[in-house]
Design a protein around this ligand. Structure first.
Ligand SMILES: [Zn+2]
Length: 53
């Protein structure tokens, strides 16, 4: 079985979710960032993930 690597930037749709007083980033690829105290921080995590993956 061959698995083609056809991942492009479109596959990484990131967003942020809040849980209690914490905020974390998530991605359409299944990735989830660590819980952060601020949404801005979580957005930075998401941004970094989308750029480096
Ligand atoms: Zn991703």
């Amino acid at each position: 079985m061959l698995q083609e690597a056809t991942q492009d930037a479109e596959t990484h749709r990131t967003g942020t979710s809040e849980r209690g007083s914490f905020c974390f980033a998530h991605c359409s690829c299944g990735w989830r960032g660590p819980a952060r105290r601020s949404r801005e921080r979580a957005r930075t995590d998401a941004d970094l993930h989308a750029r480096t993956t």
